[in-house]
Design a binder for this molecule. Structure first.
Ligand SMILES: [Zn+2]
Length: 496
């Protein structure tokens, strides 16, 4: 029986956030240890769900010490990295012999002492396990992949969809590779190519454009057997670190292609295309005034206009408490609006004290960093719903997993139903409205905070989707002052 170490340790670090990601933030949601993990993931369409299925199919003994997935936020504290990484490394050391590893990481984690959190973790794991144990890693396509990660993993397998709806499939692909490697059929080895660019590949949008082109080429190479895996990562650009940016990794079989010159050549060709298309962008951001005008033009009974606040996206490290769009809608007297969400634990507590059905005045949002996204807004209305914020997400990105947004409320101000939550998170599932008694299909306008993930669930119910820039933390601003730790020269800071 093969002994396989698995686990999940995922964080997308926005280094511009003032919220340090400490143990309290890690524990706030999606944090399980040991036997809590099969209970949470077996039978779900998630990466760990696939891992349990693969273990059953191949008769592996699975060692699953930790699953930790903090919402994107600021730099991870050394303490949290050592605690959670330490759980994985301890298991590798003490629960051996380990025949193989299938880890689910993000790839854009920045730690106080390590710009490349995943690279550091994988280097330590490699030192513990030695050179021969296959280590297969799944990544988010917004990973900032480094040489250190490629050197210390046997294979890197990134998602291929944005919205990310293929975590389950990628984990199965990783499990198959791991099985073949443990059986001695193949010896996976991964090479990487990069270019001097902070962003590119349309930030990972796979529906058309350069990302679609490279994913298709990579899948053709996998189908032909020329590569074991090809991963195209768009990178995560809200990170002031040396190695920010897109990458291509190619995993080849070292038994068949010892020095793997072909893999490196392929990776370089792919990155030539990423470089040539670096300024391709398929999205447009509107101002708050433009978005509010579009909402006012809506007719009752239409399918909803969906407005996504791109720059306060909690999925990119945004604080989720920007008020600029909400304020614009209130001031313009727009009606028939469902607004998700303001992350504001204090406001939810106030609403709980006030109780349901009472007129009350609450100061909402803008508290994390009042300079960003509009500052606090004081509104008078009625609390119409209170909840513990838990529900099962059955949407395209949900996989049947329980989500936990903490104490939550609906606050009705004029014709606007405002959701406020305790645990930050972007809108990716209709359940984020329906679990609070709101049917998003019945509103003229639905507001969410998200760059792209919302589309999986909300595009099908929308008459139109628009993106708005509220001046919050994820604004697309690139200056040498903000990116003073990035390798230079680099596009777009320096002329190409
Ligand atoms: Zn992502």
């Amino acid at each position: 029986m093969k002994r396989v170490l698995t686990g999940r340790f995922m964080h997308e670090t926005n280094t511009f956030s003032i919220q340090k990601t400490d143990m309290a933030l890690w524990r706030r949601r999606d944090f399980q240890l040991g036997n809590e993990i099969p209970a949470a993931f077996r039978g779900t369409r998630s990466a760990l769900g696939a891992t349990f299925e693969a273990a059953d199919k191949y008769g592996w003994t699975l060692i699953h010490p930790v699953s930790a997935n903090a919402n994107p936020s600021g730099i991870v504290t050394d303490d949290a990295f050592e605690q959670i990484g330490g759980i994985i490394l301890d298991a590798a050391e003490r629960q051996g012999p380990i025949d193989g590893v299938l880890l689910h990481l993000h790839g854009a984690m920045v730690v106080q002492s390590y710009e490349d959190g995943e690279g550091e973790l994988l280097a330590r794991l490699r030192r513990t396990l030695g050179p021969d144990v296959p280590v297969v890693v799944t990544l988010d396509l917004h990973a900032n992949v480094t040489q250190q990660m490629a050197d210390n993993a046997s294979a890197l397998i990134a998602f291929r969809t944005y919205p990310h709806i293929d975590m389950y499939e990628r984990a199965w692909q990783g499990a198959e590779l791991l099985r073949r490697a443990m059986d001695g059929e193949i010896r996976p080895k991964t090479v990487i190519a990069r270019r001097p660019m902070i962003y590119g590949l349309d930030r990972g949008r796979h529906q058309a454009g350069p990302m679609a082109e490279l994913i298709a080429r990579g899948e053709a190479l996998e189908a032909s057997g020329e590569a074991l895996a090809v991963s195209i990562c768009a990178g995560f650009s809200r990170a002031n670190i040396r190695d920010v940016g897109p990458s291509v990794t190619v995993t080849v079989d070292a038994l068949a292609d010892g020095a793997s010159p072909r893999g490196q050549a392929v990776a370089e060709q792919f990155m030539d295309h990423a470089w040539a298309t670096r300024d391709y962008e398929s999205f447009t951001l509107l101002s708050v005034a433009e978005a509010v005008a579009r909402a006012r033009a809506g007719e009752p009974g239409d399918k909803p206009l969906v407005i996504a606040d791109y720059t306060d996206n909690p999925g990119g490290g945004g604080y989720g408490d920007a008020t600029a769009l909400l304020r614009g809608l209130v001031e313009a007297g727009v009606e028939g609006v469902a607004f998700h969400a303001i992350c504001d634990p204090e406001a939810v507590m106030e609403a709980m004290r006030a109780g349901i059905g009472v007129q009350t005045t609450i100061t909402l949002g803008g508290k994390t960093d009042p300079k960003m996204g509009g500052g606090p807004v004081t509104l008078t209305g009625e609390v119409t719903h209170l909840s513990n914020g838990k529900f099962i997400a059955h949407g395209p990105m949900g996989g049947g997993l329980e989500r936990h947004y903490g104490p939550s409320m609906v606050f009705r101000v004029g014709g606007i139903d405002i959701v406020a939550i305790t645990n930050n998170g972007q809108a990716v599932d209709l359940g984020q409205f329906t679990s609070l008694g709101l049917d998003p299909t019945r509103y003229a306008t639905v507001c969410v905070k998200s760059m792209q993930h919302f589309r999986a669930a909300f595009e099908p119910i929308a008459r139109e989707v628009i993106l708005v820039d509220t001046g919050a933390l994820c604004s697309e601003i690139y200056t040498p002052e903000l990116f003073d730790k990035v390798r230079r020269p680099v596009w777009p800071l320096d002329p190409a």
